[in-house]
Design a protein around this ligand. Structure first.
Ligand code: LLP
Length: 424
């Protein structure tokens, strides 16, 4: 089963020591359920395996930015990789240490830079010369001298979904090596920035760890060149991207195996390693719990219409991704060919397609597995649907970390006629 922290006990699906039917009873459906132990174990695996190197693990907030999850990781000492002012706000609300925040992303605005500088974040990963110019000016106005890494593009093709591969020359991400080299060597043009790092991120949901080592080799060659040219590079950020199994027949790449390879490659290189894992920390530690509303037979298959939809979990619709779906109560049901679909008015609103699975009846609960990463964070209110609740389980304790939205939440900030604004 591609989950961690979840298992059957007496034919009922549990998260740690709490049954999912209890959670549905108490908090309703659809509901995201996370295992604190699984998140902590995954996070700790990185730190344990990297212990031999100076390093920092910056959890990628975009994978799951709920305050309860961020606070859990902050308490374990995580740093945070953010891509917006909103994510920084979340990290600070959750008690994260601003000094251990790295700001990535291709489109930082001046006001986001100002907010980050005011908050005293650790460093910026810059993705274009234009951004470097603007950050230098902004830092000057703040009398700040932030640490900067250029995100370089190693031109490596990672075998993953095209929407989440980022390491090729024609992707919007990163700076080609030659341009980066020129910017580093002209750093005197940017007196308010300290160019101490190099960063790279080649994509997400990557299974073959060799491509990370290939990217690392290329970046290390660049670091050596820069050092020869007198640039004092101290830190190397290798981004995130380690994949996880979504199907029972797949094997999740081991975090410690991946990290051990990084330790080997970086030993004696006098560099602080930063990594930005997201999915591999939270992905398998969460499920989306949903209830079957109707069962609708079609010619060649059944439709199980559930109360979760593409607005709750868009990954199947957007990336054709597979999520195992299991009944919360196991019984000896016949196996049928089914689509698990939501109520949203789009044919693309499916959570599973042509899936051989046990026949379930209205009222039964299903767990959509491996939904801890890029699940709730990509949820929307499409079709007037309040966003789901989220709960964090720790042993036998259940914490509601996000209330289900209400209809009032759906219209917050709106007014039927709008406030009048004089034009000029
Ligand atoms: N660092 C940077 C600069 C990134 O762009 C990303 C992910 C990460 C770290 C974290 O990567 P991870 O360890 O989670 O693979 N919505 C898509 C995934 C988008 C990933 C975007 N960047 C999905 O549902 O599969």
């Amino acid at each position: 089963m591609p989950t961690s922290g979840f298992q059957y006990r007496d034919r009922t699906f549990y998260c740690e020591d709490v049954s999912l039917d209890h959670i549905a009873e108490r908090f309703g459906t659809p509901c995201y359920v996370y295992s604190a132990a699984a998140i902590a174990t995954n996070y700790d695996s990185y730190g344990d395996a990297l212990a031999g190197l100076p390093h920092d693990v910056y959890y990628a907030v975009k994978a799951n930015g709920s305050l309860g999850i961020l606070s859990l990781l902050a308490r374990r000492g995580a740093g945070f990789d953010i891509v917006s002012g909103g994510e920084l706000f979340r990290v600070l609300k959750a008690g994260g240490d601003p000094a251990r925040v790295v700001f990535s992303g291709v489109g930082k605005t001046v006001s986001e830079m100002e907010y980050a500088l005011r908050s005293g974040i650790g460093s910026f990963n810059c993705e274009s010369e234009g951004e470097v110019v603007v950050l230098n000016e902004t830092a000057g106005r703040f009398n700040a001298q932030p640490v900067v890494a250029l995100r370089v593009n190693p031109d490596i093709n990672a075998d993953t979904h095209p929407y989440i591969a980022t390491g090729l020359r024609d992707h919007k991400f990163g700076i080609p090596f030659e341009t980066a080299e020129r910017i580093y060597t002209e750093s005197a043009r940017f007196p308010n920035l300290r160019f101490e790092g190099v960063s790279c991120h080649i994509g997400s949901q990557i299974f073959d760890t060799n491509v990370f080592y290939e990217a690392l080799d290329k970046v290390l060659a660049l670091v050596a060149k820069l050092r020869d040219a007198g640039v004092a590079v101290r830190q190397l950020d290798l981004g995130g991207g380690l994949g996880i199994a979504y199907r029972p027949e797949e094997t999740t790449p081991s975090i410690s195996g991946y990290a051990a390879g990084l330790v080997r490659a970086l030993r004696g290189k006098d560099l602080r390693l930063m990594i930005e894992p997201g999915r591999s920390i939270v992905g398998q530690a969460g499920v989306l719990l949903t209830r079957v509303v109707y069962r609708k037979p079609a010619e060649s298959k059944q439709f199980f219409i559930v109360d979760a939809a593409m607005n709750d979990l868009i990954r199947p619709a957007l990336y054709q991704s597979h999520h195992e779906i299991v009944p919360v109560a196991q019984r000896d049901a016949e196996m049928v060919m089914a689509d698990v679909v939501g109520p949203v008015c789009e044919t693309g609103d499916f959570l599973a397609r042509d899936r051989l699975m046990p026949a379930v009846d209205p009222g039964e609960l299903l767990a959509i597995c491996t939904a801890g990463a890029y699940g709730f964070v990509q949820a929307s209110n499409y079709n007037g649907r309040p966003r789901a609740a989220e709960v964090l389980v720790e042993g036998a304790t259940v914490r509601l970390i996000r209330e289900r939205e209400t209809y009032d939440d759906l219209v917050r900030g709106e007014s039927p006629l709008g406030a009048t604004e004089p034009v000029s």
